[in-house]
Structures are given as structure tokens and as C-alpha cells.
Ligand binder design. Structure first.
Ligand code: SF4
Ligand code: SF4
Length: 353
């Protein structure tokens, strides 16, 4: 197996080896089990989901040494593609996780995002903290905007200073994404740009990762530090930035910069399972708006490109207005429905928070 494999694991040999190679089948089976759980568990589903998220953090940080980073999976998948026809086993090793995650999305929607992704789980923790401590989710006051701007300027100054001391900053590239995230969140929070259009930037992230991969530039993602034997303080710092950003804008990284999230959202339009709202049962209480971290629900229904299939809306709706549609089976699936009629679409700081 190539020496590019991340190795900082408590257990550094496969749990369930494929044909005595280093290909770890446990992570792939784990993904399948999650898809089955997401499809079938209805009682205490959110508890089960949180347990899966905790297990996933433990499994992927400590045991399985296949990279599940949001950049790494794209890189590995592309690398595996180049090996087809020359080294099949190795090609499968690199491609196995990305392919299984894509397959899981086509079957059950982006359950990877809602149930497994460690970067997503870190943000969800921040969102939970925010819900507890912040009652008013309106736009920051002028004084708060200035204070936030000052903190951000200090941080960006620190990053610029740091970059001057490093190898063209490539080795610490994840901090670029962290800085961009802070800037985007700040602009959204003060109302200079809107939440929804800003989400399109994720496609730029995706193009950047593909471009750097084919150019043989290794750039690291947040949470990468957990997948590698190498010291990666930049990645660890970016992880902290993402956590902090999500205290201000729910799942900020998922919304604005995650390339993998963009891919999942794109593929979700072909998924077998979708969550939709039955307008006849909706009582416009807007409970669903409050529990959806990604702001995927608006007055026109569920925005599939931003839904992560966490099922929080389904489980919390007091009117049981949400339905999981199997579009392969139910050709006459419900049309996109109206929720919280008369309220503004989810744009701007209020929606972002
Ligand atoms: S959008 Fe990206 S960071 Fe968020 S859960 Fe999905 S893969 Fe993870
Ligand atoms: S729309 Fe529902 S299932 Fe989708 S991300 Fe929001 S709360 Fe989760």
C-alpha cells in the first residue's frame, strides 16, 4: 500500500481486511449500517443519530485509517480513478469510501452529512450550544458588528503574518478556507451579502480541490489533523474556526464552503429518498425552521440541495407534516409545499442563524 495513507490511529491495521490487503471494510460496512438505520429507525431517531455521530467520530478519528476529510475524500477518489487499469486493489482502496458515500446519497439522500461527517458533527455541536445560549437570532447590533469585525481583523492579520513564515502557505492551506469562512460569515451577519446566494461558493471550493489535486498540490481540510500522523496545527485551528463560525451561522462550513456538501446537494436531486412537506397538515408554527441547522426549509418547502437528511424536521414537527418520499416508488410524490406561509424566505442573517 502507498505510504501516503494517513496513519495516526490507535489501531493501524484493518478491522475487517479485504483479501488481506489494507483495505478496511469496517468503514464501508459502517456506512451501509447507517443508511439502513436512517431508513428504518423512527422511534428516538434523533438519539440514534447522535449515537451514530459519536460512533463515527470515534471510528474515523481513532480506528479507521481511510480518510473521511471533506477534501481528502475528493482527492482520494480522483487518485483512485487514475489507478483504474493499472492497480485495481489500490484503486479500490482510494475510491472505496467516496464511492460508498456517493452511493449512500443516491439511495438515502445526504445521510453522510446528517449522520456521519465529523466536520458536520462538530458544527452541529456548536449549533446546539448556540440554540441554548442565544435567544435572539436577529442581526447583530452596530456595536456587536464592530466588535466582531475587530476580532476578525485581528485573526486575519494573524493568518497573514503566519503565511509569511511558511512555505507559500500551501502546507497550512486549510487556514485559507478558515479565513474565507470567517469573512463570509461576517458579511452575511452584517447583511452585506445574503445567505442563499453565498452558498453557491461551495462549487468554487469543489473546483479548487479538483484543480489542486490534478496539479499535485496537497491542501488540507479542516479536521484533517485527526486523520494524519503529521502535526497539522493549521488544520486544527481551522477546525476551531469552523466551530466558532457555527456559533454565529448554523453549520457555516456546510453552507458556504464545503465542496463535498455541494456534491451531496447536487446528487440529492437524484436520490431515492426526499423529505417533503404536506401543506394540508402544516400549521405554520415554524418549528421546523428552528430545528434545521442548514436553513433548508423555506416558504416553498424543503430545498433539497441543502437538506442533509438529519430528519430533525420530521421528528420535531408537531403536526407530522413531513413525509419521506420514495421517488422511485411514488411517482406522484408530493409537490414542494408551503411552510410558514407569509414569512420571509430564509435569506440574510436571521436565516443563517
Ligand atoms: S456539508 Fe461537508 S462538512 Fe457539512 S456534513 Fe456534509 S460533508 Fe460534512
Ligand atoms: S430539511 Fe429537515 S432533514 Fe433536511 S436538513 Fe433540514 S431538518 Fe434536516
Amino acid at each position: 500500500m502507498p505510504d501516503r495513507m494517513p496513519l495516526a490511529k490507535l489501531i493501524d491495521s484493518p478491522f475487517i481486511s479485504l483479501d488481506e490487503t489494507n483495505i478496511e471494510m469496517a468503514s464501508i460496512l459502517f456506512l451501509f449500517v447507517v443508511v439502513i438505520l436512517a431508513n428504518n429507525v423512527e422511534r428516538r431517531r434523533q438519539l440514534v443519530r447522535h449515537l451514530v455521530q459519536a460512533a463515527s467520530i470515534a471510528v474515523f478519528f481513532l480506528i479507521i485509517y481511510s480518510c473521511l476529510g471533506v477534501f481528502g475524500m475528493i482527492r482520494n477518489g480522483l487518485y483512485g480513478l487514475t489507478l483504474i487499469g493499472t492497480a485495481y486493489t489500490e484503486s479500490f482502496y482510494w475510491m472505496s469510501l467516496p464511492v460508498v458515500v456517493i452511493a449512500s446519497c443516491l439511495i438515502a439522500g445526504p445521510v453522510f452529512c446528517g449522520w456521519i461527517c465529523p466536520t458536520g458533527t462538530i458544527q452541529e455541536l456548536a449549533c446546539a450550544i448556540r440554540r441554548r445560549i442565544v435567544r435572539d437570532r436577529g442581526r447583530p447590533t452596530r456595536r456587536q458588528q464592530i466588535a466582531l469585525g475587530a476580532v476578525m481583523a485581528l485573526f486575519l492579520g494573524f493568518v497573514v503574518w503566519l503565511s509569511a513564515t511558511r512555505n507559500l502557505f500551501i502546507e497550512d492551506s486549510s487556514l485559507h478556507w478558515g479565513s474565507a469562512l470567517l469573512l463570509l460569515c461576517y458579511l452575511v451577519l452584517i447583511g452585506l451579502i445574503d445567505d442563499l446566494p453565498t452558498r453557491s461558493i461551495r462549487v468554487v471550493s469543489l473546483i479548487a480541490i479538483v484543480f489542486t489535486t490534478v496539479s499535485h498540490l496537497v491542501i488540507t481540510s479542516p479536521v484533517h489533523f485527526a486523520f494524519t500522523a503529521r502535526d497539522d496545527p493549521a488544520s486544527a485551528t481551522t477546525t476551531v474556526i469552523i466551530f466558532v463560525a457555527s456559533l454565529f451561522v448554523m453549520r457555516a462550513w456546510c453552507r458556504y464552503l464545503c465542496p463535498w456538501g455541494y456534491l451531496m446537494g447536487f446528487l440529492h436531486r437524484f436520490s431515492r429518498l426526499r423529505i417533503q412537506i404536506d401543506p394540508a397538515r402544516c400549521n405554520h408554527c415554524r418549528t421546523c425552521h428552528g430545528v434545521c441547522d442548514t436553513g433548508a426549509i423555506d416558504d416553498d418547502g424543503v430545498r433539497q440541495a441543502h437538506c442533509q437528511m438529519c430528519y430533525a424536521c420530521v421528528d420535531h414537527c408537531p403536526s407530522k407534516a413531513f413525509e419521506v418520499i420514495d421517488v422511485w416508488r411514488d411517482q406522484g410524490a408530493l409537490p414542494a409545499a408551503v411552510v410558514g406561509g407569509g414569512n420571509k424566505p430564509a435569506t440574510g442573517a436571521g436565516a443563517a442563524g
